[in-house]
Design a protein around this ligand. Structure first.
Ligand SMILES: [Zn+2]
Length: 437
C-alpha cells in the first residue's frame, strides 16, 4: 500500500517519487528511528522501495490502518477522475497546494489538503480542499477544454459543482488558458459550455454589476462597443473566469470578467476589458475568503474600462458629427456642381446659337445667287453697296454680263475677295475685256 506522506512535527511531508539507492537507505535509517508516523493512526511507518512504485511508506507488516486504506481507495478514484487532464494539471495542482500551504503556516485559521485525503468519503473530489475558519472551499483545475469534450465536460463539471455546493463546500475553478475566443471588433468573448458552467460570481463581480448598471443608463452603451446584445433588457450579471497558465516559470492567473448574455450556443458574452494577470500567490491570497483578485490591478482594470467607455462614447458622437458635416459638404458640393452644369448648359446654348448664326451667314454666301435682288442684298451687306453704285452695276455691267447672270458677278466678287465697289469694278472690267478678246 502506497503512502506517500508522513508526519513530522504535525506537518505533512511527501517523499520524492524517485530516489537514489543512497537516499532510499537514508530514509530507511530515519524510519528505523521512528521519525515517520501515519497521520491517521499515528503508527510507526517504514520506508520501502519498488521499481514501479518508487519510494513509499508502509505500515509495519503491510497492515494499513482503516483510515489510510480508505484514503488509498479515494486516491484511486480521484486518479480516475483526473484521467482526462493533461500533465499541466499535476503541475498546477502541486503549486496550488504549496502556495496555500505556505499561507497556512502563518495563519492557523487555514487548513489545506488534497481533496481525496481531506474528504475521502466524497463521491467526487476537488483537487485541493481548503478550510478558512468555518468555510470550506473546493479548488479544481480544468485542463484540456476543447470542442470535442466541451458538452460532456460541461455536464460533468456542472454536476460536480452542484455536488460540492450540496456538501457545503464552495467550488472555485481554474481553467487552463489556451486560446481565448475573443472577437475584438465586437468586444465579445465566446465561451465554452464548460467555461460558462464554472464562471464565478464574486463580491468583486457584484461591484461590476453596479458599475455597469450606471453606465448602461446610456441606452447606446452596446452600440459604442459594437456588441450584438441578444436582448434589449439584458440582466446585469457579471461573472468571472480564472485562467491559469505558466509564464516564464511562474504560475499566473488571468482574471477575466464578462457580462453574461447569450443563453444558447454560441455563448457570446460582453467582454469587460482585457482582464489582468496576477501571480498565483496573489490570486489565492486568503483573508476571510479567496481574493481571486488584486485590489490595485482591479481598480486599474475598472478605470481602464470606464475610460474606454468614455472614449468610445466620444468617438461615437464625434463620428456622427463628422458624418453630418461630410453630408453637408456633399450637399454643398452637389449644389455647386448643379449650378456649374446650368452655367455650362447656358454657355453651350449660346455657342450653339452663334454657330447656327454663322452657319446661316456662310450659307447665304455660298448659295447660288439666283437673282439680281439677292446680289444687291449681299453686296450691301458686304461692302455697303450705295444707290449710285447699284445703278452703275445695273446699267454698266449687267447688260454686258447678262441680267440673269447675277451669280457670275457674285462668284467673281468672292473669288477675288473684293473689299470695295472699286475693287469689284476693276474685277468686272477685266472680266469683260478678257471675255471679249
Ligand atoms: Zn495508519
Amino acid at each position: 500500500m502506497r503512502e506517500a506522506l508522513h508526519v513530522i512535527d504535525n506537518e505533512l511531508y511527501k517523499l520524492p517519487y524517485s530516489a537514489t539507492k543512497e537516499e532510499v537507505n537514508n530514509f530507511k535509517k530515519l524510519a528505523d528511528k521512528d521519525i515517520f508516523q501515519c497521520p491517521h493512526c499515528k503508527a510507526k511507518l517504514i520506508v520501502k522501495y519498488g521499481d514501479t512504485k518508487g519510494i513509499y511508506f508502509s505500515h509495519q507488516h503491510s497492515e494499513a490502518c482503516e483510515e489510510s486504506r480508505k484514503i488509498d481507495q479515494a486516491e484511486k478514484r480521484y486518479r480516475r477522475q483526473i484521467e482526462r487532464e493533461t500533465s499541466v494539471h499535476n503541475t498546477i495542482q502541486a503549486i496550488l497546494h504549496d502556495e496555500i500551504s505556505n499561507q497556512a503556516k502563518n495563519n492557523t485559521m487555514i487548513k489545506v489538503d488534497y481533496g481525496f485525503r481531506a474528504k475521502p468519503d466524497l463521491k467526487e473530489f476537488p483537487d485541493i480542499w481548503v478550510k478558512v475558519a468555518d468555510r470550506e472551499f473546493a479548488l479544481s483545475v480544468i485542463t484540456n477544454v476543447n470542442s470535442l469534450v466541451d458538452n460532456k465536460l460541461s455536464n460533468t463539471i456542472s454536476k460536480r459543482h452542484q455536488y460540492f455546493l450540496e456538501q457545503g463546500i464552495e467550488p472555485i475553478w481554474f481553467v487552463e488558458k489556451k486560446e481565448q475566443a475573443i472577437e475584438r471588433e465586437k468586444n465579445s468573448i465566446v465561451l465554452w459550455d464548460a467555461e460558462l458552467t464554472i464562471a464565478a460570481k464574486t463580491n468583486q463581480d457584484r461591484e461590476w454589476d453596479s458599475l455597469l448598471a450606471s453606465l448602461m443608463k446610456d441606452t447606446m452603451f452596446f452600440k459604442y462597443f459594437n456588441y450584438p446584445v441578444s436582448t434589449e433588457n439584458i440582466a446585469i450579471d457579471v461573472l468571472s473566469m480564472y485562467y491559469i497558465y505558466s509564464n516564464e516559470d511562474r504560475i499566473v492567473v488571468k482574471v477575466q470578467r464578462f457580462l453574461k448574455d447569450h443563453l444558447v450556443k454560441p455563448y457570446r458574452a460582453f467582454l469587460l476589458g482585457d482582464g489582468y494577470e496576477i501571480p498565483f500567490s496573489d490570486a489565492v491570497l486568503i483573508k476571510n475568503e479567496f481574493l481571486l483578485r488584486n485590489p490595485t490591478l482591479e481598480a486599474q482594470y475598472q478605470n481602464e474600462f470606464i475610460q474606454k467607455f468614455k472614449q468610445l462614447q466620444f468617438d461615437f458622437y464625434e463620428q456622427q458629427r463628422i458624418e453630418k458635416k461630410r453630408q453637408q459638404q456633399e450637399e454643398e458640393k452637389r449644389q455647386k456642381l448643379m449650378q456649374q452644369r446650368l452655367e455650362q448648359e447656358e454657355q453651350r446654348r449660346k455657342i450653339l446659337k452663334q454657330i447656327s448664326e454663322q452657319k446661316l451667314n456662310s450659307n447665304l454666301e455660298t448659295m447660288r445667287v439666283s437673282s439680281y435682288d439677292s446680289l444687291k442684298l449681299l453686296l450691301k451687306k458686304r461692302i455697303g453697296l450705295t444707290q449710285s453704285q447699284q445703278m452703275e452695276l445695273w446699267t454698266t455691267f449687267m447688260p454686258v454680263i447678262g441680267y440673269k447672270n447675277s451669280d457670275v458677278v457674285w462668284d467673281l466678287f468672292v473669288k477675288h475677295d473684293c473689299k470695295s465697289f472699286g475693287e469689284l469694278r476693276t474685277v468686272l472690267q477685266n472680266f469683260i475685256s478678257t471675255r471679249n478678246k
